[in-house]
Design a protein around this ligand. Structure first.
Ligand SMILES: [Mn+2]
Length: 351
């Protein structure tokens, strides 16, 4: 569960070896003739961290290549890679040549099959350490909100002032992994953020952060505007088949912008599941409880006071809907989440 940092949750990392010592040890693992592969699973924290490693090794090794184990999928991250012209290379298979050393950031060797096949000179990460691994140098700090915060400390220790591109990527890494300090945050993350903030390009950062739609998503918006149905302070929109479940979340958040709508309920079919997304203003409401009551017996349902999600296999709808059509599914969702059903025992089924 996400928690905003309070004085009790906002801790400081335990005292560790001095940053300078760690940096010296990291640098001592590399030779000027090395061709280094920095391998990542490309999320923003991993990308920012990899760029920092590349910078730390600049002029110290022959070459440093950032290799991604898969293509970038999130539109925000594609936007960042494009606007900042990031030097990221897609690795189609585990490379043997021409790299002499391999560095892993924001992950550990046992996290996936690709990582498992390489041997590492250095691993720097903030995920919990479940299994030990072999690496000449390792720095794992699970208490940190992001690896980008750790890498910012390395840059400071090396007296390297990050370029605008590097500072922007690191800042975005910290922001996404801590969800803007709403989760897993310690004072060191905030200190790294504060240091990077004046160095970053905030126009690019803003464009990256809002770039979560594709042109074809607008077709789904069109349909949502057409299909919206309002009961009291609840807005419903059922969208049939959708290209992704994420678009339902986008729309549920979008409709909550309407000032007198307190509940936004967007549903659709994806991957043979009925998916229902709820967003509300969180004031004396419990979206998680409401959605569990409505759908728990048919599939998975859960969430917090202001956000919730249910997934019901289409097969299971047979139990509550006689004939499965767009209209009967739409009515079923509306009935289950009707403001007039609150407090009463909600009988399932649509006639
Ligand atoms: Mn991370």
């Amino acid at each position: 569960m996400d928690q905003r940092p309070t004085s009790s949750t906002l801790r400081r990392a335990a005292k560790r070896r001095p940053a300078k010592e760690r940096l010296a040890e990291f640098h001592s693992c590399f030779h000027s003739k090395d061709s280094v592969l920095i391998i990542i699973d490309p999320d923003p924290d991993a990308i920012g961290s990899a760029l920092a490693v590349k910078r730390l090794l600049w002029h110290r090794v022959q070459s440093a290549t950032i290799g991604m184990i898969r293509p970038i999928k999130r539109l925000n991250n594609i936007t960042m890679a494009r606007l900042l012209k990031l030097p990221l290379v897609l690795m189609r298979r585990v490379p043997s040549e021409p790299f002499t050393k391999c560095v892993l950031v924001d992950g550990q060797p046992n996290h996936n099959d690709f990582f498992r096949q390489l041997s590492y000179t250095a691993v720097i990460d903030h995920h919990p350490l479940h299994e030990t691994f072999a690496s000449l140098f390792s720095d794992v700090r699970p208490e940190y909100g992001s690896t980008s915060s750790i890498m910012t400390e390395y840059l400071k220790a090396a007296r390297i002032k990050p370029s605008k591109t590097l500072a922007t990527a690191l800042l975005y890494g910290i922001k996404t992994d801590t969800r803007s300090f709403e989760r897993h945050t310690i004072v060191e993350d905030i200190e790294a953020f504060r240091y990077l903030f004046p160095l970053a390009d905030h126009n690019i950062l803003r464009k990256v952060e809002i770039s979560d739609l594709s042109l074809k998503d607008l077709k789904v918006f069109d349909k949502a505007f057409e299909r919206k149905y309002i009961i009291k302070d609840r807005l419903f929109a059922h969208l049939d088949e959708v290209p992704s479940a994420d678009i339902l979340v986008e729309l549920a958040e979008f409709f909550l912008k309407i000032h007198d709508i307190s509940w936004s309920i967007v549903s659709g079919i994806y991957d043979d599941n009925l998916i229902v997304i709820i967003r509300n203003d969180g004031y004396r409401k419990d979206a998680g409880k409401v959605i569990r009551k409505a759908f728990d017996s048919l599939g998975t349902a859960g969430g917090h006071s202001a956000m919730a999600r249910a997934e019901v296999p289409l097969e299971r709808l047979k139990e509550v809907i006689e004939k499965r059509t767009s209209a009967t599914i739409e009515n079923f969702v509306r009935k289950q989440l009707s403001p007039f059903a609150a407090g009463k025992s909600q009988k399932r089924g649509v006639t």
